[in-house]
Ligand binder design. Sequence first.
Ligand code: PHE
Ligand code: FE
Length: 298
Amino acid sequence: MGVLERMDYPQEGLPKGANPDWTISQGFERYSAAEHQTWTTLYERQAEILPGRACAAFLHGLDALDLHGHGIPDFRSLNEKLSSLTGWRVVAVPGLVPDAVFFDHLANRRFPAANFIRGAGELDYLQEPDIFHDVFGHVPMLTDPIFADYMQAYGKGGLRAVSLGHLANLARLYWYTVEFGLLETSEGLRIYGAGIVSSKTESIFALNSASPNRIGFDLERVMRTLYRIDDFQQVYFVIPSLQDLLDVTTGTDFGPLYEKISLQTDIPIAAIEPYDKIFTRGTQDYARSGGRLRQGAA
Ligand code: PHE
Ligand code: FE
């Protein structure tokens, strides 16, 4: 499932009642029984398929935060657990926030999460990230000390990319790691990306389908690669370890890299480059036959 993410969504002004940093109160008391049930339904679907698919850090995070299947979590108790583990906190926002606001939160170990949940009739596809995507998808990984550092470094890098005018390239790094990243383990490929792990259909597609390419992560290559926001990805990038991702991104000065990339062409989604380390050369059958729209129409 593709979700329209922060960096692609039209941004309007500060909503009425929001703080200057765009935070609002979660309004936990206002969720209806039906909304809690939607969370529980989504949770149970994922709990069934994620063992053996999600990476160990994600599954440990789910346990450590007790993100159980008993309704939407209350950010107050969630934050007690999360902050004691890695110093991160979840803050409620009305939805997508401006880039600089988003990055400033990350740089200060605050993860902005939508406070609303999708309707019961749209469990599988949504245009705007909701609380299930934001909390179930993203927050477990923030209990991992290395990933916690990566997200904070990304926030700082985001503020820098905005000032340098190269956010589009940095957005691709977020997309292909934080949202749609795969991890190589001795037991096979595992999911760590929130966009995959919060979606039943893409959790299966990303690991089991013959359609997409799966390619070894290369920083410059990823920052040059286009992505799609409306359907399953046509390429997933595989990191050797979370530590490796942290090391290569924090150990590289992106300033010169942005300059270099700006002289190069973008890489089409399904392309294979001569230097790629190929885990799977995809058939691209799913995308070629019309993807989600075609399946929905069938
Ligand atoms: N090292 C990057 C820079 O020089 C910052 C960054 C770190 C970006 C980690 C993303 C992830 O801008
Ligand atoms: Fe997300």
